[in-house]
Design a protein around this ligand. Structure first.
Ligand SMILES: *[C@@H]1O[C@H](CO)[C@@H](O)[C@H](O)[C@H]1NC(C)=O
Length: 112
């Protein structure tokens, strides 16, 4: 765990202030509100959901280029995601997905 956390720290080379709020309600197969807090100079981002059980993070549909200043939240679909714990959201550079701007804390998707 410590290793993973410090590794993630090394993958954050850009000083963005974007904060991805941790979802308070996530039901697999339904929709979920994702909200954030952005500073004026924060860039557009791609929104992905990750889980330590996944081999790679998954784009939330249609949300590959989000302007953090156009709104403070969007609604995304959780169709095709299994109910389980350990999910977290990631905001990444829209063209270089190796650049992670922000991560939420972990949350659980419950069964409908
Ligand atoms: C996103 O990644 C591209 C390609 O590496 C880079 O040119 C660009 O500056 C990055 N954008 C930000 C806001 O960091």
């Amino acid at each position: 765990m410590f290793f993973k956390l410090s590794l993630l720290g090394c993958l954050l080379p850009y000083a963005t202030s974007l904060i991805l709020n941790t979802p308070t309600s996530a039901v697999a197969g339904e929709s979920m509100v994702v909200s954030w807090v952005a500073a004026p100079d924060d860039p557009n981002f791609a929104l992905l959901v990750n889980n330590e059980g996944f081999s790679s993070p998954v784009f939330l549909p249609d949300d590959a280029d989000i302007d953090p200043h156009a709104s403070t939240e969007i609604t995304v679909s959780l169709v095709d995601f299994p109910a389980r714990s350990g999910y977290f959201l990631e905001a990444r550079n829209t063209t270089d997905l190796g650049i992670i701007y922000a991560e939420s804390a972990q949350f659980t998707m419950t069964s409908p």
